[in-house]
Design a binder for this molecule. Structure first.
Ligand SMILES: *[C@@H]1O[C@H](CO)[C@@H](O)[C@H](O)[C@H]1NC(C)=O
Ligand SMILES: *[C@@H]1O[C@H](CO)[C@@H](O)[C@H](O)[C@H]1NC(C)=O
Ligand SMILES: *[C@@H]1O[C@H](CO)[C@@H](O)[C@H](O)[C@H]1NC(C)=O
Ligand SMILES: *[C@@H]1O[C@H](CO)[C@@H](O)[C@H](O)[C@H]1NC(C)=O
Ligand SMILES: *[C@@H]1O[C@H](CO)[C@@H](O)[C@H](O)[C@H]1NC(C)=O
Ligand SMILES: *[C@@H]1O[C@H](CO)[C@@H](O)[C@H](O)[C@H]1NC(C)=O
Length: 686
């Protein structure tokens, strides 16, 4: 832990003197509205897509949308961040609004935030189409160092290629902030008081011809707006802020995304002054943010992934990210995901997901396809056959081969492949190109069967090749003796049994250690059920633990500081274990949350069945011990001969069983099955 340094203390003092107080629960830290025309373009309404960042605790959507008709776009738990304190969360929703509209949001007694939008629904003379409004990207909460000049780029984009201009609607930062209207860049000149300042910017698109005109004369086609809350801090002076390195995408990059395609973006940041505590990311619903990896040379990195499922999001989606250290923030970078538009499928097209065979099969009528060389059609793996006759193209391929990819979409499992025509002489030919993404969707609850079989490579990718094993040690002994000598117990130990076990020569207590050698920093070992049996074949198992929670009086968890080890104290008398030997079997898995600020849900406090959507779990593995002797190595036989043993019976009852992740799957019994919904989308490039 780093001690708060002097300047941080000063910041707290200074802030408490300011009228703009520290963030209280319920502030709005940023908001943006983007609009798109509804398909039936004669209506006077448009679809608005709102993104709003508020401080924690995360408000419910109805606190933000009190006029009703808001469609929440939350797929899993909201994206959250830690800085500025007390942290923030992102809400995204859509709503149909009039073409000229101001939405106002207010949380508690804070001042309201309003977002203006206006669309022009008439047909443009220059393009013969209705104008498409510009898009603006919402940034993660912006943090500036009071004394240090800095640029903040507001990312904007226009699909018509229009000229975009930004202008202030309102700014609290007065002379400290300048806006370059043509590049949409805010320049903070330094010198503002500490505190939080709101800035509202309208983004407008103009015909290209306006470039050289005096702007007051020009009339925009349409308007969207963004509201930023800028936190001016005083932490580390004008230190070098964290910087993105080579592999990170450049700001403003556009990635085209086909239906069902999975996009990966690696972000690496170099931070020499302070270590990066979080990567703050604002992105589309369903964006997966990997745990942060700390690499060598002051580098930290995360991978963002996103799968395009069927959605009603905007055609252009922004992802903006910034690296936060305790008192510094990198520049904010934004990239765009452009959802490629598709054509409707010809009637008679059929894609089947065959559950038993684990196959996908496609029948595509081709009479509508002119100028296509059917011999050039390929799946992801060009060696897999695609057949055609004069009327149809057919292909049948396994979900586990032919380049089929397996991705997660929320709680669903998707198998995707793409049929495309590869034209070797594309530059000179006028031959059409076909791109046909193919996907099988398998709903979450039903994905369990095949998921077990097929997901091991991904699991190994996330967690490494992990082993689990059990060890038994007497209290105060073994590799974690320090934690078990004076243990912090979860719950209170049982009342001493009337019958004194010492007389029987049996142990009173034994500590069960469950280990994994996972080296991922944030992985947590979760122990589900543990049972004990007198016999090696577990014919008569008795519970020691149920879902990682003590079941009964005889087992208590010892809290440790290591997340990849769990220790349970077994009170053998209270457990009523007979015999001199026992065998133990536990079901274990690893968990890591998708945001570094979360913890995996505690199985003892969370109702089973409440889905842990924002965590990645390994499969459950069953780990067995060998025979565990329960008789003390006692004084009766050896006390005089070996006094040290009397005082401290050595770790005789310790027994180990190592089980590698891929080897010991106990749950693979039933035949696996899928109920699949097949999905297709077609795209023809003329
Ligand atoms: C938008 O609506 C407001 C009030 O509803 C009106 O005053 C304003 O003139 C309208 N602006 C445009 C450009 O239509
Ligand atoms: C991202 O990083 C992973 C592992 O570090 C690597 O396998 C992958 O190729 C990278 N992807 C991109 C797009 O750079
Ligand atoms: C072409 O293949 C499809 C699908 O296998 C079949 O239904 C159709 O009858 C075939 N057409 C001809 C002319 O053979
Ligand atoms: C492509 O061009 C090569 C020669 O440049 C020719 O031999 C071949 O037939 C062409 N292929 C197609 C599909 O047009
Ligand atoms: C864990 O142990 C197994 C077996 O000893 C080994 O194969 C694996 O590489 C280890 N994993 C890590 C992350 O150390
Ligand atoms: C727990 O201990 C109490 C008193 O010692 C006993 O009455 C109760 O039945 C025990 N519960 C279980 C589940 O063993």
């Amino acid at each position: 832990m780093t001690r708060p340094n002097l300047s941080w203390v000063v910041w707290v003092l200074a802030v408490s003197l300011l009228p703009l107080a520290r963030i209280t629960a319920g502030s709005i830290l940023g908001a943006a509205v983007n609009i798109e025309l509804l398909d039936q373009d004669r209506s006077q309404k448009v679809r608005a897509h709102y993104s709003l960042v508020s401080s924690l605790p995360c408000p419910a959507l109805d606190k933000l949308c009190d006029e009703g008709n808001c469609i929440d776009q939350l797929i899993s738990s909201p994206v959250i961040g830690v800085l500025p304190s007390p942290g923030w969360c992102l809400h995204q929703w859509q709503k149909t609004i009039p073409k000229n509209h101001t939405s106002t949001f207010q949380l508690g007694s804070e001042s309201a935030v309003s977002l203006y939008s206006r669309a022009d629904l008439s047909v443009r003379l220059d393009t013969n189409h209705v104008n498409q409004p510009p898009y603006v990207a919402l940034l993660p909460p912006v943090r500036l160092q009071a004394a240090c000049p800095q640029e903040i780029l507001v990312n904007v984009m226009d699909l018509d290629g229009d000229e975009i201009r930004c202008r202030y609607k309102k700014t609290d930062l007065g002379e400290f902030l300048q806006l370059n209207e043509e590049t949409c860049t805010l320049l903070y000149e330094g010198g503002a008081n500490l505190g939080q300042y709101s800035v509202e910017i309208m983004v407008e698109d103009f015909p290209l011809s306006v470039k050289n005109q005096i702007q007051s004369e020009a009339k925009p086609f349409s308007t969207v707006s963004v509201h930023l809350l800028i936190t001016v801090e005083n932490g580390a002076g004008c230190s070098v802020v964290p910087e993105f390195t080579g592999v990170s995408p450049v700001g403003g990059a556009v990635i085209h995304v086909l239906p069902f395609e999975e996009v990966h973006v690696n972000i690496t940041v170099d931070s020499r002054v302070q270590s990066v505590s979080e990567m703050a990311v604002i992105g589309p619903p369903g964006l997966f943010i990997s745990p942060m990896e700390i690499g060598p040379n002051f580098q930290s990195s995360v991978t963002l992934s996103w799968v395009r499922g069927p959605n009603q999001f905007t055609h252009l989606l922004s992802i903006c990210f910034a690296a936060n250290t305790q008192s510094l923030q990198s520049n904010v970078r934004c990239i765009w995901l452009q959802q490629t538009q598709t054509d409707p499928l010809p009637p008679g097209t059929e894609l089947k997901c065959k559950e038993r065979e684990l196959q996908m099969s496609l029948v595509l009528p081709i009479t509508f396809l002119k100028n296509l060389h059917f011999s050039d059609l390929q799946l992801n793996d060009p060696s897999c056959p695609v057949f055609y006759n004069s009327t149809h193209v057919t292909a049948t391929f396994p979900l586990t081969g032919c380049g089929t990819k397996r991705v997660h979409l929320g709680s669903e499992l998707l198998y995707t492949n793409t049929l495309r025509s590869i034209n070797p002489n594309s530059t000179i030919s006028r031959v059409a190109t076909l791109i046909l993404p193919l996907a099988c969707r398998i709903p979450g609850q039903q994905a369990k069967g095949p998921a077990f079989k097929i997901s091991i490579p991904e699991e190994v990718k996330t967690f490494g090749a992990v082993s689990f094993w059990l060890e038994f040690h007497l209290p105060g002994e073994g590799p974690l003796a320090k934690e078990t000598r004076l243990p912090r117990l979860r719950g209170s130990p049982p009342v001493r049994m009337a019958r004194d076990l010492r007389a029987t020569g049996k142990m009173e207590m034994l500590d069960l250690h469950v280990f994994s050698n996972c080296s991922l920093a944030r992985a947590e070992l979760m122990v589900g059920q543990c049972v004990e049996s007198e016999t090696e074949d577990f014919t008569n198992p008795r519970p020691l633990l149920n879902q990682g929670c003590a079941s009964g009086n005889g087992t208590l968890e010892i809290l440790t500081s290591t997340s990849t080890v769990r220790i349970f104290r077994l009170y053998l008398g209270s457990l009523g274990i007979k015999g001199d030997t026992m065998y133990v079997e536990c079901v274990v898995h690893l968990c890591v949350t998708t945001k570094q600020t979360n913890r995996c849900s505690d199985p003892c406090t969370v109702a089973p069945g409440s889905a842990i959507v924002d965590s990645i779990l390994t499969h459950s593995y069953t780990v067995r011990s060998g025979p565990v002797p329960l008789i003390k190595v006692t004084e009766t036989s050896t006390s005089t001969a070996n006094p040290t043993q009397t005082a401290n019976p050595v770790a005789q009852p310790s027994t180990t069983q190592v089980t590698t992740a891929s080897a010991s799957r106990s749950l693979d019994t039933g035949a696996f099955w899928i109920i699949a919904v097949s999905l297709l989308a077609l795209m023809l490039l003329p």
